[in-house]
Structure formats: structure tokens, C-alpha cells
Write a protein that binds this ligand. Structure first.
Ligand code: ATP
Ligand code: MG
Ligand code: ZN
Length: 340
């Protein structure tokens, strides 16, 4: 009998820990959060990440899926059948079953939560053309949804709180039973998955919330902005670099310090800058230096890049005395960052 996805994931994590490796290499957070995430995964529970935009939630979900070993499936099977038991509508009629390998990093299905999301988007639907051809009862006329495709994969649901309650309820059933039954068809499909979902904190969220029945099936972990040193490391690891332009360490620090200075003014600013903001400042500072044919990024480049980036992103809160004076607030942020 093949191992379940949870067993595979647990094994992968424990193996790395035994070798003194960090299973979440590439995702930066404090030790408490890291341990909490690993504990949830080792226990085989679904994970709900709550945090502001641009704090590495998608990055983390991808790192988790890449922990999984490669899996054997069958070519052209949309249900990820086990090769030793090809039983889905795609595989049933076929004489030969060609084995294919899917690497861990591809064992990942992403759903973008939105208010328009219908249960059929998750659970699949009848393909009218195929139904005309094969007859309405033929399971091959059924187009699998994201849920069936997530069998033996990590199911990443971004912004779960934006999914309408009715669609959320469909998910409860699948998480509970691990199978889907399609009304009108005589087949059920197995869904062995682990869900990693994200939810924006209330100030970012729309009207919807994650229903109580659903959130009860998740372990919630708060993700916050990385600390200063980690954010510098993130820029080095994930920021784009330009040939022929170098970025001295103190200029990298300056870029991060600007975002940090803005985050320290939550009364003035409605949407605090994310790590993406720091990445943009870092990348555009290099462009500015390159355009001036300068080999090294200087403070003036970082500050000019920051002005541009913040102009487009920084929303001054209605209560702030800088309301209507975004440019002044940006100058204040840049000044504060120099003190760091
Ligand atoms: N804690 C972190 N560890 C590693 N990379 C991070 C972290 N926070 C942000 N990043 C980097 O910032 C960028 C945005 O991260 P990511 O897309 O994972 O954020 P997110 O939380 O999914 O954002 P959103 O809520 O907007 O979907 C990526 O380049 C990512 O590498
Ligand atoms: Mg994301
Ligand atoms: Zn199959």
C-alpha cells in the first residue's frame, strides 16, 4: 500500500531534522513560528496561514510541497492514480498505463479564493461536449475540479476567507471524508491531500470569513513581517540583480530600513509596506544606478527608488495629519530610516 501524503511529508521533515537541516529552508521567520509550522505538518493537520500580504505565505506553501518526494502516476491521468491501482475514469478504459514521475515541487495545486468561486470550480463539472458524445452517465464526461487534481498533492488555497460560505462547505466534506462523490455518477474519487490555506488579517479582508466549521479543521498560524536581518537575507536571496551594478551591504540595509520605518507608523499608514516593497526598492535602486552608468548603488538611488515605490503603494490613513500630503509622509519615512 502506498504511503499517504501526510506520511510522506512527515517522513521528509523528520529526515531533514535528523540531518540537522532546516526543512523550511528559504522561508524566514522566528524560531517559534518555524517550530509551530513543523509541528502542524508532522501531525498531518491542515495549515491556515494568517498574515498581511507579501510576507512569504505562498513561498512557504511551495517550500512545503517541494519537501515531498517525487510521485509515480499514470500518463494523461487527471486524478493522479496510484500506478498499482489505476481506477479513475481516465485510466479505466485504457489497455496500457504508462508510468510518469512528478517531482515534489509539482505536487502543488493552487486555488485563488474569490467571491465568484462556485462549488463546481472545486468539485468539477460535466463537460457538455463530452456528455453529448459519450452519454451523460459516462464518468469520462466529467471534468475533474481542483479537488480531484489535488489528490496526492498539496492543495494551496489563497485567500480562503474570500471563498463564499457555500463553497467552503463543499470543502469541509472533502477534508472530512477524503473522497468526492459526484452526483449522478457511479464513481467516487479519493482525495489524499493536505491543505495549506491563507487568510488576510481582518483589516485587509473583505466581508467573508472562514466559516467556523471549516476553520475548526485547520491549525491557524500567524505570519508577520520578518525581522530586519531576515529581510536583508530575503533581498539577497530573492531580489533580482543587475549585471555591472553592485549593492553594498549598507545600501541593502537602507532599503529594508525604509520599509521598517514605515511599518513603525501604523497610525499614519493604512497599508504597511510588505517585503515586496523592500524588494522593489532594492531592484529599482539598481536600475537607477545602471541608468546613470554608476557601478555601485548609492544612498541617492535607494532614496529615489523608495520615493517612487512608496508613491504607488503607500496609502495614508484618513486620520493622519499627513492626509493629502503623501509626499511629506514619504520624506519623513526616508528620514527615519537614516537613523537606523
Ligand atoms: N518570510 C519570508 N521568507 C522568504 N521570502 C519571503 C518572506 N516574506 C516575503 N518573501 C519574499 O517576498 C516575495 C513575496 O512573497 P510571497 O509571494 O510568498 O508572499 P505572500 O504572503 O504569499 O503574499 P500575498 O499575501 O500577497 O499573496 C517573494 O519574493 C518572497 O520570496
Ligand atoms: Mg501569496
Ligand atoms: Zn487515473
Amino acid at each position: 500500500m502506498a504511503k499517504s501524503l501526510r506520511e510522506e511529508l512527515r517522513q521528509a521533515i523528520l529526515d531533514r531534522v535528523a540531518k540537522k537541516e532546516n526543512p523550511l529552508e528559504g522561508f524566514y521567520c522566528d524560531e517559534q513560528t518555524r517550530e509551530a509550522i513543523l509541528a502542524v505538518l508532522v501531525a498531518g493537520r491542515h495549515l491556515l496561514l494568517e498574515g498581511p500580504p507579501g510576507t512569504g505565505k505562498t513561498t512557504l506553501a511551495r517550500i512545503i510541497s517541494a519537501l515531498l518526494p517525487a510521485m509515480d502516476t499514470i500518463a494523461d491521468c487527471r486524478y493522479n492514480c496510484y500506478p498499482e491501482d489505476p481506477s479513475c475514469p481516465d485510466c479505466r478504459g485504457k489497455k496500457s498505463h504508462k508510468k510518469v514521475k512528478t517531482p515534489g515541487s509539482k505536487r502543488f495545486v493552487r486555488i485563488q479564493g474569490s467571491p465568484e468561486m462556485m462549488p463546481e470550480d472545486l468539485m468539477g463539472d460535466l463537460d457538455p461536449v463530452m456528455a453529448m458524445r459519450l452519454g451523460i452517465q459516462d464518468p469520462r464526461a466529467f471534468t475533474p475540479g481542483k479537488i480531484q487534481k489535488a489528490h496526492r498533492k498539496i492543495l494551496f488555497i489563497d485567500e480562503l476567507n474570500r471563498v463564499p460560505q457555500r463553497t467552503q462547505n463543499t470543502l469541509v466534506q472533502v477534508l472530512e471524508e477524503g473522497i468526492t462523490t459526484i452526483a449522478g455518477f457511479d464513481f467516487t474519487s479519493q482525495v489524499d491531500t493536505l491543505v495549506v490555506a491563507t487568510e488576510n488579517p481582518e483589516e485587509f479582508a473583505g466581508v467573508e470569513r472562514v466559516s467556523e466549521t471549516l476553520s475548526d479543521r485547520f491549525e491557524e498560524i500567524r505570519i508577520s513581517y520578518p525581522d530586519f536581518e531576515d529581510e536583508v537575507t530575503i533581498l539577497k536571496q530573492y531580489g533580482k540583480t543587475l549585471d555591472a551594478v553592485s549593492v553594498p551591504e549598507d545600501m541593502l540595509h537602507r532599503a529594508v530600513a525604509i520599509s521598517n520605518a514605515a511599518r513603525a507608523m501604523p497610525e499614519e499608514i493604512e497599508r504597511l509596506p510588505s517585503v515586496r516593497t523592500s524588494l522593489s526598492i532594492y531592484e529599482q535602486a539598481q536600475s537607477l544606478a545602471r541608468l546613470k552608468n554608476v557601478k555601485q548603488v548609492k544612498a541617492e538611488h535607494v532614496e529615489k527608488a523608495a520615493r517612487r515605490v512608496l508613491q504607488g503603494r503607500l496609502v495614508v490613513s484618513a486620520e493622519s495629519r499627513y492626509y493629502d500630503k503623501q509626499d511629506l509622509l514619504i520624506e519623513k519615512v526616508i528620514e527615519q530610516a537614516k537613523k537606523k
